[in-house]
Design a protein around this ligand. Sequence first.
Ligand code: GRF
Length: 218
Amino acid sequence: MKRIAVLLSGRGSNFEALLACTAVGDFPGEIVVVGANRTDARGIETARQAGIATFCLAHRDYPQREEFDRALRETLEPYRPDLVVLAGFMRILTPGFVDFYAGRMLNIHPSLLPAFPGLHTHERALAEGVRIHGCTVHFVTADLDHGPIVIQAAVPVLPGDGVDELASRVLRVEHRIYPQAVRWFCEGRLSLNEGRVALAPSAWPRSAMPELVVPQGA
Ligand code: GRF
């Protein structure tokens, strides 16, 4: 059973989707701690209600980025995470932190990378008139939103879409692919080779493969 730490800054719907999946049957990982850089992050309350250990480290209390990241690492490490899952964690992490968790830290980004790294991805996709948009789960590297890609999901951009419609269409698929990527990691099936992700075949016969459980409303 792999030990998963989740970091978030707000709503926490990706954390909720992961929690719903880990809570079912044979998921090969458990969420051991949820941390936030904001005391008002809704995801922290969700974690508390689920009986998961939580912490808040207000980044404003740390004038230097390095100091915050050192405190974050010192807070995380006693939980001995095998995997750090960034789920809407709105912080740029220092190279030292990223290197320490190299190959064992995932992020989800709301675009089909390498298109639209950074913020306001849905607005930018609409402004560019793209027909296909989506989301990406990737390993975190020091290059913002540029790490090796684990899985992507695409959705259509429909006539009349506004930011909210597009964002919620993308979010529904985020809730499917992030738990899938975490499951693969926990099964030990992901490896990195020259900056590319390889997925090893499942040890399960196809007929016995556990279904990905998607939480209600997703
Ligand atoms: C998601 O859109 C995710 O792709 C991005 O931040 C958002 C977090 O949403 N990194 P939530 O807090 O998981 O609901």
